[in-house]
Write a protein that binds this ligand. Sequence first.
Ligand SMILES: Nc1ncnc2c1ncn2[C@@H]1O[C@H](COP(=O)(O)OP(=O)(O)OP(=O)(O)O)[C@@H](O)[C@H]1O
Length: 269
Amino acid sequence: MIEVKNIRKGFGDKIVIDDVSAVMEAGKCNLIIGSSGSGKTVFMKCLVGLFKPDSGHIIYHGDDFTAMDDKQRKEIRKEIGMLFQGSALFDSLTVEQNVMFPLDMFTDWTLAEKKQRVNEVLKRVELVDTNKKFPSEISGGMKKRVGIARAIVLNPKYLFCDEPNSGLDPQTSLVIDKLIKELTLEFNITTVINTHDMNSVMEIGDKIMYMYKGKKEWEGTNKEIIFSKNQRLNEFIFASEFLRDAKDMRMLEQAGKIDENRNMDDMIK
Ligand SMILES: Nc1ncnc2c1ncn2[C@@H]1O[C@H](COP(=O)(O)OP(=O)(O)OP(=O)(O)O)[C@@H](O)[C@H]1O
């Protein structure tokens, strides 16, 4: 679990994160949504220690990350897996070498032990027989899987994903979302995901935080978001007329005002 208490972060005179508090639970996909420039990336960078908040606290499983020295912080970082936007694989390394990278950095295992662990995680993300391939030889969806394999190879307690579906088609996005959700549950990981993808919000949003101009404007689950009366949130999510109609339809359905066996022709009339 990660507890964020009243963090603030600014650059010069500009306040970018304004008194945000949140609780991110283990075994759940905690999503951060918001329009461009609302502060999602800066918030995530504060959580992983890439930015130091100006004030406030970030508590990892009871320990105050913001009050730690570099050595203690490094210990927490070992427990963090990161899936970067665009997968961020090393082009000159094979799939196996990419996934092995964190093991080279943080363990003193033998090569045989490392290879065994790499094979375990590649199997888990359903990427067998790709060990010797280079990133340029595999598809975008496969690259994401390699990124996920690398992110989980050290058995992280925390997983941070920045736009995990960027550049993927809707079906492949769904497969990646499901994989992240499964791993989150299977290993009881506290997963934090920055996303613009509304499919992900609805599919895997156990907990969603909506940011607006650096503040937490709304939070809730994927079940609650559809019924939210927060005007800014609604304008953000249901940006198109099509989505607004779909929402109205869903609400009528929930209220039992639409017959499940309705005839499409009748509806069009
Ligand atoms: N290193 C920095 N120095 C100065 N300003 C920054 C820095 N990083 C981010 N900002 C500013 O902080 C604000 C929030 O940026 P951030 O990248 O967190 O937005 P975001 O919600 O992640 O947007 P997007 O969805 O487009 O990635 C923006 O106004 C941005 O210009």
